[in-house]
Design a binder for this molecule. Sequence first.
Ligand code: PRP
Ligand code: URA
Length: 208
Amino acid sequence: MNVQEIRHPLIRHKLGLMRRAEISTKNFRELAQEVAALLTYEATQDLAVESYTIDGWCGDVEVEKLSGKKITVVPILRAGLGMLDGVLSLIPSAKVSVIGLARNEETLEADTYLEKLVGDINQRMALIIDPMLATGGSMVATIEMLKKAGARDIRALVLVAAPEGIERVNRSHPDVCIYTASVDQRLNEQGYIIPGLGDAGDKIFGTK
Ligand code: PRP
Ligand code: URA
């Protein structure tokens, strides 16, 4: 399985706070961005760096900078926006490509309402962000749009993942690694993750 469950103590602590039924919109938002930043740190461990020399306080110093492929962050609207600032806090110059999807609550399939990708996506690592990987329909639809546009190195950052969603993404796109704060137990009859976080979009936007 191409999935990494990041069991860092800070992530486990923050996710525990996010699972409280009575959490405020403010707290949920803050924690979603913080966990997103921690997942970004893990998902970018293998970025290439190159050495160069700078004029330091005591003379020439050899330092390093990121080299090679650049990054585009791909939030899946709307809940993915709740992770964007956390990712950009670590990669401030990343370009943002936006995919608008809404899960049809009857069929659980994803309907696309927006696709606005950076032009040179074939030269960038794509970091998809969405708090929830449930059936996997939204993630698979997004990966297919990105691949059609030329993206080759695609990674997914999700706060919580259901085994069913991981299985679906892995079956269709085994090259895409999923970084998650938690692999939860299962989906319920309505396609919600158990124990999960409830409706992440509503919690981030305060709509319910
Ligand atoms: C949620 C979530 C994912 C999707 C996951 O979005 O943010 O995008 O559902 O479900 P899936 O794995 O079964 O496709 P939703 O469609 O509720 O829209 P929202 O972000 O606008 O709240
Ligand atoms: N979307 C959510 O917001 N939560 C779930 O548990 C499943 C899909």
